[in-house]
Write a protein that binds this ligand. Structure first.
Ligand code: TRP
Length: 478
């Protein structure tokens, strides 16, 4: 995304008028969304990705099914709603992306912009590793290997192989790099307007089929009925991390999107729509994958709790039921669409990281893109090898990929979210943001927003973080 350096270098003592006119100019230069629906679709496009289709179902399966689902939904309509509103309003108010938005409102808080910037740098490499896995499955299906992909050992043999996951990871990152380098993401976005609805329709179809498979009824129960005995602080932390990840929160993305939003468009209803879209697709993906995984494993907790591989193990078995030809076509189509969703998200992630590099080091777009490309390749290698050659390396029982994932989603994002709440509630003042939201009509949840931002969110996030860190160091077991 384009960045403006003029406003970044703004002097403190500049008069308000000058600032305003400068802002107007930059607004013009940066362009913006022309309609509310355009804004909602773009933000939803960034939000919907592997987080919904790959990550949500495996976490839900791992953390007790229904209880995770319930926790997630409660968090989405409270924390998720409030934080997304806050970030978009912050962006629209300042007209700037994260790294500059915090700085503009208060010099001392510039560090929070930097923290937000670090998160996508950590996510992009391992996101691309998973993108590579999707690429491998797509390749397998189009080359007629669908039947073998349904084999019990296929996934494991693939991720433990010394070079295969690396190869697909390299290809994936290279495609993303080429798109970002040539700035053709607009074209990609256009295509994705057709492919994303296609993915949703196909997911609905596969879900309906998966739900009618023998043995899936127990899985549906597992997924939908909460078992309160399985509830713990870890469930909340996992759900909270997933919420941030899935909605692209706590990393400045929504601030940037907000900065492109028109003043006359309604923030509150846009956020409702983005949330419904993002959460809907996550819930649907869970419904497609978990009952299927349950049916094929007979409810074996090891399969359900197996982590990142769940989608890759469960779905090929569903497709195999359609025979060689039908299953082959279905698998190829499905993984092609997921690959596309992964590519669009990765492109927007790389775009974010590139604009951070341009801003910070004042390099050209080309140079910055090359640096980010090489950096992503280097950082992704350990995550990719962590399942095979380097599987002996583990931190607290986590693989390298899980470790990066945990660091960004369960540590850094909650910290960034917590600080954002403190910043808004006590430094900028809620009023400043609610005024922005009320520019065009009443803000129905204003009181709720204020209480959440000032008290509930910071206290709860701090409590969840401290408990889980103490737990990680074995101080006590929850
Ligand atoms: N929300 C995306 C997903 O569900 C992942 C993601 C997180 C993302 N932060 C992002 C995508 C920033 C694009 C830009 O897959």
């Amino acid at each position: 995304m384009e960045e403006n350096n003029t406003s970044a270098d703004m002097q403190d003592n500049q008069s308000l008028d000058e600032q305003n006119s400068q802002e107007l100019q930059t607004k013009k230069k940066r362009g913006g969304f022309t309609s509310k629906i355009g804004f909602v679709l773009a933000a939803a496009g960034s939000a919907v990705g592997l987080g919904n289709i790959w990550r949500f179902p495996y976490l839900a399966a791992k953390y007790g099914g229904g209880i995770f689902l319930l926790t997630y939904i409660v968090l989405a309509v409270t924390f998720g709603f409030v934080l997304m509103i806050a970030e978009i309003a912050l962006g629209r108010k300042t007209g700037m992306s994260a790294i500059n938005a915090f700085k503009k409102l208060n010099k001392k808080w510039a560090f929070l912009g930097v923290l937000c910037a670090i998160i996508p740098i950590i996510i992009l490499p391992y996101y691309s590793v998973i993108g590579g896995w999707v690429g491998k499955y797509f390749f397998t299906y189009i080359t007629g290997g669908g039947a073998s992909a349904a084999g019990d050992n296929f996934f494991n043999a693939f991720i433990t192989s010394p070079w295969q996951p690396l190869l697909f990871f390299f290809i994936f990152v290279s495609i993303v790099f080429v798109v970002v380098l040539f700035g053709v993401e607009k074209g990609v976005e256009k295509v994705s307007k057709f492919l994303m609805p296609a993915l949703v329709l196909l997911t609905i179809g596969v879900t309906i089929y998966a739900l009618t498979m023998p043995g899936s009824a127990e899985g549906i129960k597992y997924y939908l009925l909460p078992d309160f005995k399985k509830f713990s602080v870890k469930t909340v932390l996992a759900a909270l991390g997933q919420l941030f990840y899935s909605m692209s929160l706590a990393m400045g993305i929504m601030i940037t999107y907000g900065s492109y939003m028109k003043k006359q468009d309604k923030i509150e209803s846009s956020v409702h729509q983005i949330e419904v879209f993002d959460t809907g697709i996550a819930l649907l993906s869970g419904l497609m994958i978990i009952p299927a995984a349950y049916a094929f494993s007979g409810g074996n907790p090891e399969t359900l709790g197996q982590g990142p591989g769940l989608m890759f193990v469960a779905l090929p078995k569903v497709f195999a039921n359609f025979g060689n030809v039908g299953g082959g076509i279905l698998g190829a189509l499905f993984f092609a669409l997921v690959l596309f969703a992964a590519l669009t998200s990765a492109i927007s992630l790389m775009e974010t990281v590139v604009s951070i590099v341009i801003d910070k080091f004042h390099l050209s777009r080309k140079k910055s893109s090359v640096i980010v490309y090489v950096g992503t390749l280097l950082l992704g290698i350990p995550s990719s090898l962590g399942f095979g050659v380097w599987s002996a390396v583990s931190v607290g029982g986590m693989t390298i990929l899980d470790m990066f994932d945990f660091l960004s989603n369960s540590i850094l994002m909650p910290i960034a979210a917590l600080l954002t709440c403190v910043f808004i509630g006590y430094v900028v003042g809620c009023q400043n943001l609610t005024d922005e939201i009320e520019l065009n009509g009443p803000f129905k949840f204003k009181k709720f927003f204020n209480v959440m931002i000032k008290y509930v969110c910071p206290i709860c996030i701090a409590a969840i973080l401290v408990t889980s860190i103490l737990d990680a160091f074995g101080v006590f077991n929850i």
